[in-house]
Design a protein around this ligand. Structure first.
Ligand code: GDP
Length: 398
């Protein structure tokens, strides 16, 4: 069955052909190219809305930054200029957020506004408002639609609304949220948007309300490679996101393992293990960063959640988390892999060999790499779950 997490499914055919022709160098180069390309797929997200609507705060939260972090978008500043500001994701600079001025402040008609902000380069638009959506938002959305681009409405600062409603005696969060959603959708429909997609979000609490629904919707709408790029850049707002990241990483392990197998066929003795280790260091770093388990990400999480950094460190079990990952550290861990874990993964790895069609002699390196990466990934995903739960003050037993 085709793996929905695997955007390279078609391209593997070419690799298979090279391997069947014993051209391991060409196969390795192709795999490397695919994996590198995937890490660099550009994703450009335009955020627009009137000054004070919460654009900068949303951009910072999405990037896992506090307002006072270096590189954070300045918040609470009234802007009246036509300046478009660019905020790359700190870990994945291929994912960029663009802070666009509110169409109202620029006084340009929607079509001119879109030309000025160079709308072509954006993959989709998020139109933010902290009140009901107004004529300007609607005009802009209609113009974006004409340009055949996607847009989503975000109603921001929901925590404020919930807090205000909570004072009422018959308060129900569900009821309040669905009423707000209906109001926003109804208002937009009245102004001529057929089926508006509205998401209720608090940038102070991305794990609550509709932010995860926004992600699920984008996942459906985006092409596979951009979907992957978005997933990598997503903050860990729930356990499902962590699981999806794990699955996405998992789907690539067979390619890394094939790369090792290709290296094992290389004519220079000893080259294979060096290549495997330096490749594994890079992949392990990718896992650690992807799960937000590197030091800077954990420090940011500590700042945004208010949970002391040392308490976050306390729930980590993998020696790779919050550590400097070196070939020596990996070698040490590899030698500690217990035989049960090793055997389980070995069996799974061997089943994949005929699938990819690599020569049997390369099997050992394939399975070693496969089982090691799978082991690192599982441990780090578990750590990510524990850190997520600790940051929210939940029970951390995975
Ligand atoms: P921008 O001008 O659209 O970039 O708006 P900012 O991001 O600077 O936000 C304007 C003000 O709204 C700031 O004081 C933010 O702290 C506040 N704000 C933004 N998002 C939220 C939110 O989700 N909840 C609450 N309560 N306040 C927010």
């Amino acid at each position: 069955m085709e793996d929905p997490n695997d955007s390279f499914a078609e391209e593997i055919a070419a690799v298979k052909e090279d391997l069947e022709n014993n051209d391991t160098a060409a196969a390795a180069a192709k795999i490397r190219e695919y994996l590198d390309k995937q890490n660099n797929v550009p994703l450009n997200i335009a955020i627009t809305g009137e000054s004070g609507a919460g654009k900068s705060t949303f951009i910072n939260a999405f990037r896992g930054l506090s307002d006072d972090d270096e590189g954070a978008a300045p918040t609470g500043v009234t802007e009246c200029t036509m300046v478009v500001k660019e905020y790359p994701h700190p870990n994945y600079p291929n994912v960029t957020f663009w802070d666009l001025p509110g169409i109202g402040t620029t006084k340009f008609p929607a079509d001119k506004y879109l030309k000025l902000v160079e709308f072509e380069k954006f993959d989709f638009f998020i139109i933010i408002s902290d009140t009901r959506f107004r004529e300007n938002d609607v005009k802009l959305a209609q113009e974006i639609q004409k340009m055949e681009k996607k847009f989503y409405f975000v109603r921001s600062k929901i925590d404020n609304d919930i807090r205000a409603e909570r004072r009422k005696r018959d308060f129900s969060q569900e009821r309040t949220l669905s009423k707000m959603r209906e109001n926003c959708i109804g208002g937009l429909q009245e102004q001529g948007i057929k089926s508006p997609q509205v998401f209720l979000v608090s940038s102070f609490e991305l794990h609550l309300y509709d932010f995860s629904l926004l992600h699920e919707t984008l996942e459906i709408d985006l092409p596979a490679q951009q979907r992957d790029a978005l997933l990598r850049a997503m903050p860990n707002i729930n356990l499902e996101i962590i699981n999806k990241k794990k699955k996405a990483f998992q789907s690539k392990i067979k390619y890394w393992a094939t790369l090792s197998a290709a290296a094992a066929g290389a004519p220079v003795p000893g080259l294979s293990i060096c290549m495997d280790l330096s490749m594994m260091v890079n992949v392990a770093i990718d896992y650690v960063v992807g799960f937000g388990l590197n030091k800077p990400s954990l420090q940011k999480l500590s700042a945004t959640s208010g949970v002391p950094y040392t308490e976050l460190l306390n729930v980590l079990k993998s020696p790779l988390a919050a550590a400097k990952i070196t070939p020596e550290l990996l070698l040490k861990l590899l030698s500690q892999l217990t035989s049960t874990v090793a055997l389980m993964a070995l069996e799974e790895g061997s089943r994949l060999i005929p699938l990819i069609g690599i020569p049997l002699a390369a099997g050992l390196s394939f399975t070693t790499t496969y089982r090691a990466l799978k082991y690192f990934l599982t441990e780090l995903a578990d750590d990510a779950q524990r850190v997520f739960k600790r940051a929210l003050g939940l029970n951390t037993s995975v």
